[in-house]
Design a protein around this ligand. Structure first.
Ligand code: ATP
Ligand code: MG
Length: 568
């Protein structure tokens, strides 16, 4: 599932405050002109659109300043991490158009280094083994306005600490019975400096190291050191880590043997309306089957967006448009929709497809005749050329495009009214056929042979042009119409109610019997189309020769740039 349109070269990110900081570092000759960033996901779920922002930012910086980017899996918690997630993350980063070359790292690659560093801290009297349970330790931490209480184990001797820590490593103690803590300052105004936990006992096999380790470093003890050992120059992370920075600096101070240190820079994470972004909540939706999987087209995951019909370029453009700031905010999902519409407008082939079919018989058209009508593949792209679409006596049109008793403003087909069939002919409705219950089952029309190609023969005007599909040539398809997954802008914002109460019951409507023109027949999964007048659609991976399946990516109407859609 790779998209060949995606490559690193296309991206020219607009300047942001992080670029300015990097520029300044380079001007000052820091790191000998080296720029190395990293994208550090924890493999505990699939990547989402927020991660895409971070990916575009990190790879974008390296690209702009002639640097490189590492992919690092922050795999310090074996209870939540899986290989499936590692694979999906690599696929998603590549699909977005980025390449980490041979710079693939895992925090677990550094488990031995971290262990050795912990031993060094113990030797220097800067770490100790605490026998208290997590709850007691947490209580003793105090609050930002109240100093913490020192652990009774804080003054253990270096020798005892070394022995106990080795025992922890060897599996001599039960889970939860001991932790290793840094000895920093229980009265620090920064809570993260109050003797943070460095290691805990976890007798859980790890997706990479198996059962080699029964103690695991905490994220805070691993992250900064991994940056340091990998030689990262600019460590970009979200705002919540700003308060962790003094602790990360403290670790590096104990470790460092040169002037080099990674520079941490924080930015505001991406939030998006009508969805949730926390991996825990997304996992809940998948696990409890509120959606079909991580790649359900309603999910804000990269794999979901891909399946929905988003292109790498549209996601990169969106990431660039939302920009990089230090101020928390929520981006409007209509901006994301605008980005994909803009990209597909340039690239998607136009075809005709009918979602709510109504049969039309053109009574004066010869039975058994087929004409091939010229149709423009993409008016935005002259290179895309033309195709032919078969026209016959029986066609499907959209139910919406016909009304037996139309109100004043309805200009499409109705008894006695003439309309243009796109690329084909002018037709006039002469008759309506109903079943016993009075439902319209068929509409009869006559056509004007002089209007071939949909051109007016005598300057006579029609007020509307509708799309159609020839009955004998139609490809039957299932079309999945998606709407927002939640009914409110911030489903997780209401602390009184569970976010799942705001799930939109109509977020997926399956149209089982749709008809599309035959040119789509051999389209491969994820191919993009514009169904004329209806929106952008793509071929779902569930599609097969017996039954094609399409997803609606987005409607044509642009809620973001309303001005533009007025002109359309
Ligand atoms: P967790 O709660 O599991 O840590 P996370 O969303 O922070 O979830 P990570 O795998 O740690 O997930 O994230 C990888 C990188 O992506 C980090 O650098 C993180 O800052 C960044 N990131 C995560 N969510 C967002 C977001 N919404 N906007 C921008 N960057 C994000
Ligand atoms: Mg994280």
């Amino acid at each position: 599932m790779t998209d060949t349109t995606a490559n690193n070269k296309e991206i020219t990110p607009k300047a942001n405050f992080i670029h300015q900081l990097v520029e300044k570092d380079l001007a000052e000759g820091k790191n000998n002109g080296r720029v190395l960033t990293r994208f550090p996901p924890e493999p505990n779920g699939y990547l989402h659109i927020g991660h895409a922002k971070s990916i575009c930012l990190n790879f974008g910086i390296a690209q702009k300043f002639g640097g490189l980017t590492n992919l690092r899996f922050d795999d310090t918690n074996p209870e939540k991490e899986e290989d499936e997630y590692v694979k999906s993350i690599m696929e998603d980063v590549r699909w977005l158009g980025f390449d980490w070359g041979d710079r693939l790292y895992y925090a677990s690659d550094f488990f031995q280094n971290l262990y050795d560093f912990a031993v060094q801290l113990i030797r220097e009297g800067k770490a100790y083994v605490d026998d208290q349970d997590a709850e007691t330790i947490s209580e003793q931490k105090g609050s930002p306005t109240r100093p913490g209480v020192e652990s009774p184990f804080r003054s253990r001797s270096i020798e005892e600490n070394l022995l106990l820590f080795e025992g922890m490593k060897n599996g001599d103690f039960d889970e939860g019975s001991k932790v290793l803590r840094a000895k920093i300052d229980m009265a620090s105004p920064n809570m993260h400096m109050r003797d943070p936990i460095l290691y805990r006992i976890m007798k859980t096999p790890h997706h990479r190291t198996g059962d080699k380790w029964v103690i695991y470093p905490l994220y805070d003890f691993a992250h900064g050191q991994c940056d340091y050992w990998e030689g990262i120059t600019h460590s970009v992370c979200t705002l919540e880590f700003e308060v962790h920075r003094p602790l990360y600096d403290w670790f590096i101070d104990q470790l460092k043997d040169s002037d080099y240190r990674p520079r941490q820079i924080e930015f505001a994470r991406l939030n998006l309306t009508y969805t949730v972004m926390s991996k825990r909540k997304l996992l809940e939706l998948v696990r409890d089957k509120y959606v079909s999987g991580w790649d359900d087209p309603r999910m804000p995951t990269i794999s979901g967006l891909r399946r929905r019909g988003y292109t790498p370029a549209s996601i990169r453009n969106f990431a660039d448009r939302v920009g990089v700031t230090k101020v928390e905010g929520t981006s409007d999902v209509t901006l994301l929709e605008h980005s994909v519409r803009e990209d597909l407008n340039k690239t998607a082939l136009r075809v005709m497809g009918v979602i709510n079919p109504l049969k039309v018989v053109i009574t004066n058209y010869p039975e058994g005749q087929t004409e091939e009508m010229d149709a423009i593949n993409n008016p935005e792209d002259p290179e895309a050329g033309i195709r032919t679409v078969p026209f016959t006596r029986e066609i499907y049109i959209e139910q919406d495009d016909f009304m037996e008793n139309p109100p004043n403003k309805f200009f499409r087909l109705s008894p006695g009214r003439e309309v243009r069939l796109r690329y084909a002919y002018f037709v006039t409705c002469t008759d309506v056929v109903k079943d016993d219950q009075g439902n319209i089952v068929e509409v009869h029309c006559t056509y004007d042979p002089a209007s071939r190609g949909g051109n007016s023969p005598d300057g006579r005007k029609v007020k509307s042009t509708i799309h159609w599909v020839s009955v004998p040539h139609a490809i039957e398809a299932e079309v999945r119409l998606y709407d927002r997954l939640f009914t409110v802008e911030d489903p997780a914002g209401d602390k009184e109610r569970d976010f799942k109460e705001y799930l939109n019951p109509d977020s997926l409507v399956v149209m089982p019997r749709c008809f599309v023109e035959p040119s789509v027949k051999d389209a491969s999964p994820l191919s993009h189309y514009q169904f004329e007048r209806l929106g952008y659609f793509n071929v779902d991976p569930d599609s097969n020769p017996e039954k094609m399946v399409f997803n609606r990516t987005v409607l044509l109407k642009d809620a973001w740039s309303k001005e533009k859609s007025k002109g359309a």
